[in-house]
Write a protein that binds this ligand. Structure first.
Ligand SMILES: NC(=O)c1ccc[n+]([C@@H]2O[C@H](COP(=O)([O-])OP(=O)(O)OC[C@H]3O[C@@H](n4cnc5c(N)ncnc54)[C@H](O)[C@@H]3O)[C@@H](O)[C@H]2O)c1
Length: 358
């Protein structure tokens, strides 16, 4: 029996003599290197397949299990050389010896706090997928009512089937001016908290490569949409004497090397909107913060990479300490949406495993 299963981390699969060769060959055939996958090494193989957006089909898991079981490489698959030695160029240099014993990191499990959102109505955008879905799910399971907004009707229907009546789906494009009215109507006029999670990536283009269509789309979805929803909910929050808003930004809001010009600009703009609003409403009970995720295992669509800009961003992605799961981000975001964020206003919270500390 092989010592790897679909739930084993990528690191173990790459170390498996036969399956590792197949996996490296598949990566190389897609122009990817093992090095670029460094942040994902702790991710289960089955999760990588789920978030690959079809690049790795579900059948790949069976193919790799068979390769590991039989020691045979199935016909027709690209293969790569066996794993290079630890001093080879294709693997990162070994970590320096800390001089103290290091145990395996303790696995994290979500701790649901019953009633934390009891009696509260929370608008969550981007709720059909990834981080937004994890936030919506956590809030409903903690007693809240979620007005779940997304452009994907199918994704929302699946979530509503899962979470029941406390999830109110609103299929809307957050860039459409009328969508804020639809959200307020679905909320019955009362919104205690808003999580602006919906967002899109760019193609890593540097400014000389940016096309107007990408620039305008990224700004509309990542900046205009959150602003319109904030503008819609703030008056009600002020009248009610309080509210919480969390804008999901990105590592690209904290540095210039994490994405292309359009995405980086959009997330810096959302930080500006967060801080301006935190200042303007300080003392009213309306508190506005942001969470900056590092790399997160979701299916966020990655447009085809712009040649120059992506060659620059790829260099720094090897420094990402780890890939987080969506429910880990939901833990950070729901904290800032909760009453426990009582004294926090205008904070930009990195939730990135320490990437921004580098
Ligand atoms: N995944 C990451 O590594 C990562 C890293 C940093 C920041 N982020 C940010 O986190 C947020 C969520 O990302 P994710 O990875 O969960 O992405 P995702 O693609 O899994 O989910 C985003 C959701 O937003 C919805 N959406 C997109 N455009 C919309 C529109 N115009 N109107 C309504 N809904 C729309 C999509 O349908 C999708 O369901 C984004 O703002 C993203 O920029 C993600």
């Amino acid at each position: 029996m092989p010592n790897v299963t679909p739930a084993s981390p990528l690191r173990d699969w790459l170390a498996e003599p036969t399956a590792g060769q197949v996996l490296r060959g598949l990566l190389a055939s897609q122009g990817q290197s093992e090095e670029a996958l460094a942040p994902a090494l702790g991710l289960p193989l089955e999760q990588l397949v789920k978030m690959s957006g079809g690049k790795f089909p579900p059948e790949l898991v069976d193919v790799l299990v068979t390769a590991a079981e039989t020691g045979q490489i199935p016909d027709g698959l690209p293969t790569a050389a066996p794993a290079p030695s630890p001093t080879g160029a294709a693997v990162p240099a070994p970590e320096p010896d800390l001089g103290v014993e290091i145990g395996a990191p303790e696995p994290w499990t979500e701790q649901v706090t019953p009633g934390r959102f009891g009696g509260r109505s929370v608008v969550v955008t981007g709720a059909a997928s990834g981080i937004g879905k994890a936030v919506a799910s956590r809030i409903v399971r903690e007693g809240g009512r979620v007005i779940a907004v997304d452009i994907s009707a199918d994704g929302l229907a699946a979530l509503a089937a899962d979470l029941g009546d406390e999830l109110v789906p609103v299929t809307a494009d957050i860039t459409a001016p009328a969508s804020a009215d639809a959200v307020l109507a679905a909320a019955g006029g009362r919104v205690d908290a808003l999580a602006n999670v919906a967002g899109v990536m760019d193609d890593d283009a540097a400014v000389h490569e940016v096309d107007d269509t990408t620039w305008e789309r990224v700004m509309r979805i990542n900046v205009d949409g959150p602003m319109r929803l904030m503008r819609a909910v703030v008056p009600g929050m002020l009248a009610a004497g309080g509210g919480r808003i969390v804008n999901v930004v990105s590592e690209a809001a904290l540095r210039g090397s994490a994405a292309g010009a359009a995405y980086t600009t959009s997330k810096h703009a959302l930080v500006g909107l967060t801080m301006s609003s935190a200042y303007q409403y300080a003392g009213t009970g309306v508190q506005i913060n942001a969470v900056a995720p590092g790399a997160v295992a979701t299916g966020i669509p990655m447009p085809a990479a712009a040649p120059y800009g992506s060659s620059r961003t790829a260099k720094m992605r090897v420094a990402i300490p780890r890939l987080a799961m969506a429910d880990e981000l939901a833990a950070s975001i729901t904290f800032l949406l909760s009453r426990d964020a009582v004294n926090i206003n205008g904070a930009i919270l990195p939730s990135d495993g320490g990437w921004s500390a580098a």
